[in-house]
Ligand binder design. Sequence first.
Ligand code: AMP
Ligand code: TRP
Length: 335
Amino acid sequence: MEKPQNRVFSGVQPTGNLHLGNYLGAIRNFVGLQQTHECIYCVVDMHAITVWQDPKELAANTREVAAAYIAAGIDPSTNIIFNQSKVAAHAELAWILNCVARIGWLNRMTQFKDKAGKDREKASVGLYAYPILMAADILVYRATHVPVGDDQKQHLELARDTAQKFNNDFGAQDFFPLPEPLIMGPATRVMSLRDGTKKMSKSDPSDYSRITMRDSADDIAKKIRKAQTDPDALPETVEGLQGRPGADNLVGIYAALAGMTKAEVLAQYGGQQFSAFKPALADLAVEKLSPITDEMKRLMADPAYIDNVLEKGAVRARALADPVIARVREIVGFI
Ligand code: AMP
Ligand code: TRP
């Protein structure tokens, strides 16, 4: 079976409140990779249900992530866009990999500890096993590169360990490539606008903590105006951002949106007050995000189009995954 050289796989969960962190840390980077790689972008609905999702909202949120992919500039005619639950091979490989990966590996996953909270016994089994499903997502296409935000680094390491152990255990040298994480740009970890020490997240109870892909220009301006900072002027150098998480976050967001480095942003704004920087950031954010938000709205008004993209993508995804899972069955000894 031919081995892919430059195959990208990544996924975003349809859990609502798609935000600037998802865009800058992940989706925007997906767009650029289309030029150089064969790309498979998935809406990971099976990951989403590891915590309770209202079925109607899950369907709407699935279409919204697909709309965000397309609106951001992913071309569904050259690349594959689909939702995970349509391709059964993900679940099938996940089971086999459940039997390869070790409990001790999962026990180290910090995201599970964060998401499960204090009452870990009440978390779903799926939430615990989630990183193995993620490994299966990637490996079932034998993908070589995985663009993600910084928070997924540990899960990617587990995917590599699982691939390696499968190859060793079954004497299937090089069968699964060890997927490389691509953690790119100055905003791999966008922080909450209310607390620069916490990650911007879909589940933060405060709407002011995040800019979403649905926000109007007014919402964006208001949230940036209220963003937590400190009373000092912006520093002249990147080192000057140390110990100033709110300031560091806004400079990082500006840099990512403008396609600059943080040093370049500070060369321009160093010494200025936030009262001058925040309106400039708000204008830039509106300029970059509003066209995407508008296009998402237009696409969401035509759910039949989105469903068609997802169905066609799933047909192409199955064509890639089916021979891999067939070979895995042989390797494992299933008849
Ligand atoms: P999720 O919302 O967990 O499905 O994440 C989808 C993608 O967005 C993953 O690649 C994450 O690493 C990335 N991501 C999520 N939150 C952030 C954030 N605050 N900053 C940067 N990237 C993020
Ligand atoms: N776990 C990822 C997140 O929460 C989403 C995801 C699922 C993913 N499967 C993946 C990302 C495979 C990259 C590759 O952000």
